[in-house]
Write a protein that binds this ligand. Structure first.
Ligand code: AFP
Length: 344
């Protein structure tokens, strides 16, 4: 990445204005993305100041998945909802922290494009107590035409229909990663100008890698294709891959995907037999789909093992899905192993 001074870099606001000028996105979507970015910088501040604002620890409540909520899960969710409530083209929201969809004030004009926004306001929040990396993930779908009463069915669009997606990562610096279907661009928050500045234009994921990310403690629950893939990585140069692999597990999908965007790799949260009623841990509409869109726009690949993630027609907003994504050649290898098992 070049190290040009901030003054010479493009801010997110100009990047979006140029995209509207060039007919790549609508004015409404530009306003929506600006609001999401504003929400993310506010969430970053809330996370940073959590200890001082009494926002650390558990909220002593559960989300729709029966997972205990951190206070900052709730705070972050409220921040995103508040920021999006002021965007006239946002017709409705879905969130990991909301049991059902949230209709927004119908302030949009009849002629304005409308959007649905789905988000995980604070992904990786179990890392908060260790000052670990957390982030926010968002996905944008087209809303039905004005006048149509919106319900959950309008959110059940496959990932290929996303018009925009991205995430913010709250790490050593706060970054905002965005795709509108024309590659992936990364912006870093500059505290002096209090704006996101383009620092990582048109990111590309290397096709191959020697770094995999999976929660090894679930090994006994994996299917054979995943077992075989990980076994071969661990076997190293003496094994069939003829190469030594490294492993990472940060327990924050945003951090894993960001690492893959920066230097390649493969991330797996596969179907496992631990909870047979669930198809894995991650949620399709506001975690897997936006991250699959980002990864594929950067030249990577994503799959459940059996099918491309973004081809799945959701049946429920909070539906879970197995997730394998990252460097193309590695994901293709896993798809091949799944196909071989299906044939056997
Ligand atoms: P939390 O938001 O509850 O910390 O979950 C994070 C996450 O959904 C995803 O970001 C991680 O990749 C995954 O869960 C980690 O799951 P394990 O804790 O089972 O490793």
């Amino acid at each position: 990445m070049n190290s040009a001074p901030v003054a010479e870099r493009i801010r997110l606001s100009l990047f979006l204005a140029n995209a509207v000028r060039d007919g790549q996105i609508t004015t409404g979507l530009s306003t929506l993305v600006t609001a999401v970015a504003d929400a993310c910088s506010a969430v970053a501040t809330a996370v940073e100041r959590g200890i001082f604002d009494g926002a650390c620890g558990n909220a002593h409540s559960e989300n729709v998945h029966g997972e205990s909520q951190k206070k900052l899960d709730v705070v972050s969710n409220d921040i995103v909802i508040e920021k999006l409530a002021s965007v006239s083209c946002v017709r409705a929201l879905a969130s990991e922290e909301l049991e059902s969809i949230r209709l927004m004030p119908s302030s949009s004009r009849g002629d304005e494009d409308g959007y649905l926004v789905l988000f995980d306001p604070l992904d990786g929040s179990s890392n908060l107590e260790i000052n670990g990396i957390v982030g926010s993930i968002f996905s944008v779908l087209a809303a039905p035409e004005a006048g149509v009463a919106i319900d959950e069915s309008h959110f059940l669009q496959s990932g290929v229909q996303q018009v925009c997606a991205g995430y913010a990562i709250y790490g050593a610096s706060t970054m905002f990663m965005l795709t509108t279907g024309r590659g992936v661009d990364g912006f870093t928050f500059d505290r002096h100008s209090e704006s996101f500045v383009l620092t990582h234009p048109q990111l590309r994921i290397p096709d191959s890698t020697c770094e995999f990310a999976i929660n090894m403690s679930n090994e006994r629950f994996w299917n054979e294709p995943v077992h075989r893939y990980v076994r071969e990585c661990v076997a190293g140069a003496e094994g069939p891959r003829r190469a030594n692999f490294n492993m990472r597990w940060i327990a924050s999908m945003v951090a894993e995907v960001h690492r893959i965007l920066m230097r390649g790799g493969i991330f797996l949260y596969p179907r496992d037999s631990k909870n047979r009623e669930f198809a894995g841990r991650l949620r399709l509409t506001y975690e897997a789909n936006p991250m699959a869109f980002i990864v594929e726009q950067a030249g990577g690949m994503s799959t459940t093992g059996e099918a491309p993630i973004m081809n799945i027609k959701p049946e429920r907003v909070h539906q879970r899905v197995p997730v394998i994504l990252g460097s193309k050649l590695e994901v293709e290898r896993l798809v091949d192993y799944h196909n071989q098992t299906a044939v056997d």
